[in-house]
Design a protein around this ligand. Sequence first.
Ligand code: AMP
Ligand code: ZN
Length: 110
Amino acid sequence: MTDCIFCKIAAGQIPCNKIYEDDELLAFHDIRPAARVHFLIIPKLHVASMLEVTEAHEALLGKMMLLVPKLAREHGLGDGFKTSINTGLAGGQEVFHLHIHVYGGGPVVK
Ligand code: AMP
Ligand code: ZN
């Protein structure tokens, strides 16, 4: 996906404030934080949204979900946090590359 900003971030072509990376996933701070802590977890694989996931993505989605509490704890959110996955224009999605928002430690406005 040559036009996808998160694919470019995953490929290292656009910088990000990275907090985690492995062969399949990347996590980085949101550029417009909606809370004191606000980061995104993305698959390196381009999947446009939750409307495009299939059973082929089952393990990848599980891995993303398991990473949520690990990174949340590491960022001081051991007391709790909010997650969201905006899906489609009707769901408020702006970047059409699947991502989980994780935020907390302050006001959550999104
Ligand atoms: P949404 O697609 O509505 O779930 O939100 C996309 C999120 O990506 C927004 O919270 C943006 O602030 C964030 N975002 C967009 N571009 C970048 C970027 N280059 N680095 C970090 N976060 C970004
Ligand atoms: Zn992409």
